[in-house]
Design a protein around this ligand. Structure first.
Ligand code: ATP
Ligand code: MG
Length: 185
């Protein structure tokens, strides 16, 4: 079925933030993408900070080509144990991710663009909040954007139309249970 173009005068493109310390931010964005693809909309997810781990979504999204694409623009978790990547490389990857969002945003091809973990990129100083606020100012009116990651910046929250905070009530990690395939990755 043909892809429906993103530029539609009747669509009010929303700025959506999924933040908080509980599980479900990235998966909520993936769920929204699945819904959009059902209408033959085109969706792009750019993953900031995350590296090339074997996430299930990378494989399943390939089955939805050309409706849904995920592009990794991270070098793995920054300043967490096991991170041997120089700060400059992390910063370059984050800026490449932002430039790619800008380019695709203006292509008019997309209904929804997801900036996965961008809140982390800002919180850890890889990106400045002003750079992201500038990007939001350029958003075409009909394009929906989803920004995920804990510690969303207050200025981004102020600009958003929809903000949901995932609040941790329980997480098995706290009981020493490791990440589960198909649930956590
Ligand atoms: P998911 O990708 O499962 O929707 P998320 O995007 O809300 O999770 P992130 O902060 O991106 O959460 O963390 C990614 C990984 O950390 C996932 O494997 C997730 O299950 C796990 N995680 C999320 N919240 C918690 C938590 N409160 N304690 C421990 N691990 C967590
Ligand atoms: Mg996430």
């Amino acid at each position: 079925m043909p892809i429906e173009k993103g530029s539609n005068k009747e669509t009010r493109g929303l700025i959506i933030i999924f933040t908080g310390d509980g599980k479900g931010k990235t998966t909520a964005a993936l769920g929204t993408a699945l819904r959009a693809v059902g209408f033959n909309f085109k969706v792009l997810m750019i993953q900031f900070v995350k590296g090339k781990y074997p996430y299930g979504e990378h494989t399943s999204v390939k089955r939805l080509t050309p409706h849904f694409e995920i592009i990794i623009k991270g070098k793995g978790y920054y300043k967490l144990p096991g991170d041997n990547t120089p700060e400059e490389e992390h910063k370059r990857a984050a800026h490449e991710g932002l430039a790619l969002v800008r380019e695709r945003m203006h292509s008019g091809d997309y209904h929804l663009i997801i900036l996965d973990e961008i809140n982390i990129a800002i919180h850890t100083g890889l990106l400045q909040v002003e750079e992201v606020l500038d990007l939001l100012k350029e958003k075409p009116p009909s394009l929906h954007l989803i920004l995920t990651g804990r510690n969303a910046h207050p200025e981004l929250i102020a600009k958003a139309d929809l903000v949901t905070e995932m609040k941790e009530i329980k997480h098995p990690f706290k009981e020493g249970v490791l990440a589960q395939k198909g649930i956590d990755f």
